[in-house]
Design a protein around this ligand. Structure first.
Ligand code: NDP
Length: 246
């Protein structure tokens, strides 16, 4: 299929974890992919190669989503390469766990910058560039419902994303663009696993009645479903995907 008749999806934080899986699955479903990432060149180029091996086009764009100018560049380069942007998956995120009493200024600022401001920057630019019939899909977390200790700042940034999701869906009235969020539970990626003991990981895995951690493909399947929805009837919603934890 030629690039000009394929749709294009930008996936932020697509070099690793959930974003990587989303990028590959969307490619398998016919989207050209913009693989955004922060610094890991090797991982990003591996994802681009994996997509090209499926006979789909992809480009890597290293850009910090927290930087509004860098975000403008993501859209400019995407449109330069693929002529259009149809889907934005706002997946880039970081997590720094600390009790509110112990949370440093740096931990607070970095999570607000990447998770909240980064997603906002991408959503704002999407409103200016995304094609009619497009989809914006934001990543939240089920911790917004679980309210676990030490997740205060991280969960707050994601609660704000859920609010932006609902409001942007309304603000895009008349343009046939949907905005939804997916809120995963604990999912086996670096973000979740690093720094946790085996005991903590097992305890969190058992919280779900399905008694396992989520896998990146569990989330990527739902993103793909939303990205491909033909009648766009799911709009302004937060879908919790967590095996039933909450
Ligand atoms: P990972 O840590 O595995 O991957 C994070 C990705 O985000 C990497 O590709 C990284 O790029 C990129 N990234 C980080 N900061 C920036 C930035 N400033 N600008 C652009 N890209 C950036 O995370 P996950 O895959 O686990 O998480 C993906 C999303 O899912 C996040 O929003 C997270 O909050 C959410 N989530 C995850 C859960 C989990 O349990 N894993 C549960 C609920 C929600 P690079 O490789 O270059 O560093």
């Amino acid at each position: 299929m030629k690039n000009s008749i394929r749709k294009t999806a930008i996936v932020t934080g697509a070099s690793r974890g959930i974003g990587r899986e989303i990028a590959i699955r969307l490619a398998e479903n016919g989207f050209n992919i913009v693989v955004n990432y922060a610094g890991n060149d090797t991982a990003a180029s591996e994802v681009v190669s994996a997509i090209k091996a499926r006979d789909v086009d992809a480009i890597p764009i290293k850009a910090d989503v927290a930087d509004p100018q860098a975000v403008k560049r993501i859209f400019e380069q995407s449109i330069e390469n693929f002529k259009r942007v149809d889907v934005l998956v706002n997946n880039a995120g970081i997590m720094k766990l600390a009790k509110i009493s112990d949370c440093s200024d740096a931990e607070f600022d970095s999570q607000v910058s990447v998770n909240l401001k980064g997603s906002f920057n991408m959503m704002r630019e999407a409103t200016r560039n995304i094609a009619e019939g497009g989809q914006i899909i934001n990543l939240s977390t089920s911790v917004v419902g679980l309210n676990l200790e030490t997740y205060g700042i991280y969960a707050s940034t994601k609660a704000a994303i859920e609010t932006l999701t609902r409001i942007l869906a309304k603000e895009l009235r008349g343009r046939n663009i949907t905005v939804n969020a997916i809120a995963p539970g604990p999912t086996a990626t670096d973000l979740f696993l690093s720094g946790k003991s085996e005991e903590t990981i097992n305890r969190l895995a058992k919280m779900s009645p399905l008694e396992r951690l989520g896998k990146p493909e569990d989330i990527a399947k739902i993103v793909t479903f939303l990205a491909k929805q033909e009648q766009s009837w799911i709009n302004g919603q937060v879908i919790r995907a967590n095996g039933g934890i909450i």
